[in-house]
Design a protein around this ligand. Structure first.
Ligand code: SF4
Length: 472
């Protein structure tokens, strides 16, 4: 049976999509391998949010071209956001690429791979090829045969569901919607992921229930704008948005211990969601709340429909709703037109709010976004200075928030061996802090209390409080 290798760039949504594709290939008898050297099919699931991710995937595919010379039967494919944004153009400079599949067609990847493998190994017979969907675009000539499918597909948010779980897998992502209609001026997502479309509450609950039956204890509901879930499809009930209705329904699932969601938009935090944060017990004490800028002028240019004052007020209301809740954020520095004064406002706000952690990005223009066309693009040197400066502020507040837990015991869901030291275990607190700790392997997949002995900016270190791990 053919072997496949899939590499993922970018966000959790991409990780989730890759797992779906892997599952559909395994279901057809393909074997997953850990390195491209061993594979007959190499798929790169791409990201377009930052230039760097684009370049990495293109560079990787360029290098894979050398393998194509020696092993012409191999199949190479681009999936996901960059595939969606660039389409057929990707075939021009990388002639060994056979497959380009966009974000609404992950469920077709296995069909296409099978077709390409058959063609390349000479196993196809006339009339055996899969039927083309309307709008599907195929480029074919005598020497090469490639498939490009970046067409929209109604209902694609529900097309692939089953996940392949590792033994004792404790956490899982569940995609609840696709796309985004917000059109932030720096963001390519509306082009690559399309308009908002949501799965039904029943369908999501069924998936979570199935995961829990297989041992999962924590799910993260995923969407590009997750807290506006279902706003176009489903009605409010008793003053509650579809997202709050979904949180309540998932919270009822017996055996599920923790519930998270990412990434929300500040404008989606209405009173019903703040209320849910205060009373839905399985919701964990962590909210990732993208700020992007502390300057109202820049927020407006970004097309983010809130002000710095409203953001601060929202953080305070969330903190008031749930004691000890951790808040993390995303910030862009060097957006077009960002003056020293604008940057200072961001810096001051970050100082004031003392985030538990923050991802700081230097603005990089994305093709086909309004911000890429704006005048007053910022010099790279200034972006870098602001980036470094803000990282210092962020790292300091992250360090302090970790330090506060030293000497205390925290509840950890153990996910598996630590990636940096496989003799230790790794898990997360309810506030989403990574904890590396000593304990028996039998703790994998379990919730344990860990005594925190020390902390650095990113992780906590400690030991399990179970006296006799062997009896667990
Ligand atoms: S809300 Fe998020 S995904 Fe949607 S356009 Fe803005 S940054 Fe992009």
């Amino acid at each position: 049976m053919p072997k496949f290798f899939i590499k993922t760039y970018g966000c959790q949504m991409n990780e989730r999509d890759s797992e779906q594709v892997a599952h559909s290939l395994i279901a057809r008898g393909y074997e997953r391998v850990a390195h491209e050297r061993e594979a007959d099919v190499v798929l790169l699931n791409t990201c377009s949010v930052r230039d760097m991710a684009d370049q990495k995937a293109l560079g990787k595919m360029g290098m894979l071209g050398r393998m194509a010379r020696d092993r012409p039967h191999m199949v190479f494919g681009f999936l996901g956001c960059m595939a969606q944004a660039r389409g057929e153009v990707l075939l021009e400079n990388l002639p060994h690429v056979d497959l380009v599949v966009g974000t609404q067609k992950f469920h077709r990847v296995a069909d296409y791979v099978e077709e390409l493998v058959a063609k390349k190994t000479g196993r196809s017979r006339p009339g055996e090829q899969a039927q083309l969907a309307p709008n599907q675009n195929r480029a074919m000539d005598d020497l090469r045969f490639s498939i490009v499918d970046i067409a929209e597909e109604p209902g694609s948010q529900s097309t692939i569901r089953n996940q392949q779980l590792a033994p004792r897998q404790a956490t899982a992502f569940v995609s609840i919607m696709q796309g985004c209609n917000m059109h932030c001026t720096f963001c390519i997502v509306p082009q690559t992921r399309g308009m908002e479309r949501s799965r039904s509450i029943d369908e999501i609950v069924r998936e979570v229930r199935d995961l829990v039956e297989h041992g999962v204890k924590e799910v993260t509901l995923l969407g590009q704008i997750v807290n506006l879930y279902g706003r176009h499809e489903f009605p409010k009930r008793d003053g509650k948005s579809p997202f709050v209705q979904l949180l309540e329904a998932v919270n009822e699932i017996g055996g599920l211990e923790r519930l998270r969601f990412t990434s929300p938009h500040p404008i989606g935090f209405r009173d019903d969601l703040i209320d849910a944060i205060s009373r839905v017990p399985k919701l964990t004490e962590h909210i990732h709340l993208p700020l992007q800028s502390g300057s109202n002028r820049i927020l407006k240019a970004m097309h983010r429909a809130y002000t710095a004052e409203k953001y601060v007020d929202l953080v305070r209301r969330i903190q008031h709703a749930r004691e000890g809740i951790a808040i993390t954020t995303d910030i862009i520095v060097g957006f077009p037109g960002e003056t020293d004064d604008d940057y200072k406002r961001t810096r001051d706000l970050v100082e004031e709010l003392q985030f538990d952690n923050a991802f700081v990005f230097r603005y990089s223009p994305r093709r086909d976004t309004p911000a890429a066309e704006m005048r007053d693009q910022i010099d790279e040197r200034i972006k870098e200075q602001r980036n470094q400066d803000l990282l210092q502020v962020v790292n300091e507040s992250a360090r302090r928030s970790g330090q506060r837990l030293v000497g205390r015991s925290v509840e950890v869901l153990c996910e598996g061996p630590s990636k940096t030291n496989s003799a230790r275990l790794m898990g997360r607190t309810r506030t989403n802090k990574i904890v590396v700790f000593e304990g028996s392997e039998k703790l994998i997949g379990e919730i344990v209390d860990v005594h925190v002995q020390h902390a650095n900016g990113f992780s906590l270190y400690g030991a399990s409080l179970l006296k006799d791990c062997g009896t667990f």
